[in-house]
Design a protein around this ligand. Structure first.
Ligand SMILES: Nc1nc2c(ncn2[C@@H]2O[C@H](COP(=O)(O)OP(=O)(O)OP(=O)(O)O)[C@@H](O)[C@H]2O)c(=O)[nH]1
Ligand SMILES: [Mg+2]
Ligand SMILES: [Zn+2]
Length: 314
């Protein structure tokens, strides 16, 4: 096939049937399909191409033909998950990310540690720098203040930065906005935590669809339905994503898993036997650290949960 008029661009939206590609940093999205041969090469993922991918493409014609994506450049990093633990198929959330912001809340909705930890482990495994955004700070009072302090203690001890935000009061919106300048940032997390609201608050030119969480289930309603990159008027690009229902880990070796818990990796060399799974081995430094409170028991339980899952499903 002739490759005349070939361009290099970034995938900025995935709608299921087609992609929008823009020659970023220029913002000129054009609709593209994937060349058949390329599709076949895509291994076990439901989407061989994701938002954030840098591709070569032949733009569409004036007469209305769609453009064609002809190749993908190797990824700097990406975030991948399984929709369910038993599922064989995995899904790439986004690729080539400078910072992933894992948006979460204490209440409304309540986000489970298993979800947070699987997301964080995946970021470590696929080399994605990640920060935790604790949104809806304005809703936290009374008993929830204790839950917040507890949460902060767990994740700062683990080595993660936590940014408390509120779209309602504007808390730390400017801080995130400044951080996102001239970079590619991903906003991900469960439905209803306020990803689209945060992005809209950062840039008055972006008005993304948002919706109240349901009164009955106190869960989000999956308002954002596409993976989409938006240009910030202050420079840089932000990827908004649909709320994630279940975050299943993509296969990892049992020995490898603890390397993706930064607080465990730090002590790994001090275990008497290596490789050590930090479960039954004598002289395990990690277990000692949990007993002494240097590693939070919640994170250790999460680790054990993932380890057992690896055994069950592989
Ligand atoms: N009180 C309060 N409400 C917020 C805050 N941020 C977002 N919300 C509300 O939370 C609800 C859900 O916000 P969205 O931005 O749609 O959430 P999302 O994470 O994009 O959800 P999905 O697109 O479904 O994944 C909306 O009613 C927002 O107005 C906040 O900081 N404080
Ligand atoms: Mg949304
Ligand atoms: Zn050990």
């Amino acid at each position: 096939m002739e490759e005349r008029g070939k361009k290099r661009g970034t995938v900025v939206k995935h709608t299921g049937s087609h992609y929008l590609v823009s020659p970023v940093p220029l913002w000129e999205p054009t609709e593209c399909v994937v060349r058949g041969r390329l599709r076949l090469k895509g291994s076990k993922t439901t989407n061989p191409i994701s938002v954030g991918d840098i591709v070569e493409y032949i733009p569409g014609s004036e007469s209305g033909d769609k453009g064609v994506i002809i190749s993908i450049e190797p990824r700097k990093n990406y975030i991948i998950r399984k929709s369910a633990n038993l599922s064989r198929e995995s899904h790439i959330i986004a690729s080539n990310i400078d910072t992933a912001y894992l948006v979460t809340t204490i209440d409304f909705p309540e986000v489970k540690p298993a979800f947070i930890d699987r997301f964080l482990v995946t970021c470590e495994a696929y080399r994605v720098p990640v920060k935790i955004v604790l949104n809806k700070r304005d809703l936290i009072s009374g008993e929830s203040e204790d839950k917040l302090e507890y949460f902060k203690d767990i994740y700062t001890k683990a080595g993660y930065e936590i940014i408390e935000t509120s779209v309602k009061t504007g808390l730390n919106i400017d801080k995130i906005k400044n951080e996102c300048m001239n970079r590619v940032s991903l906003f991900s997390g469960q439905s209803g935590v306020g990803k689209s609201s945060l992005i809209s608050a950062m840039d008055p030119e972006l008005v993304l669809k948002t919706a109240d969480i349901s009164d009955y289930h106190l869960q989000g309603k999956h308002t954002t339905t596409f993976y989409e990159m938006h240009p910030l008027s202050s420079g840089g690009f932000i990827i908004d994503t649909p709320g994630i229902r279940g975050f299943g880990l993509v296969e990892m070796g049992k020995e490898e898993l603890s390397h993706y818990f930064p607080e465990m990796l730090r002590l790994y060399e001090e275990c008497r036997f290596t490789p050590c799974t930090h479960t039954h081995e004598p002289g395990c430094r990690i277990k000692e650290a949990v007993e002494r409170g240097e590693i939070s028991p919640e994170r250790y339980f999460s680790y054990i949960g993932m380890l057992e899952e690896e055994e069950k499903y592989r």
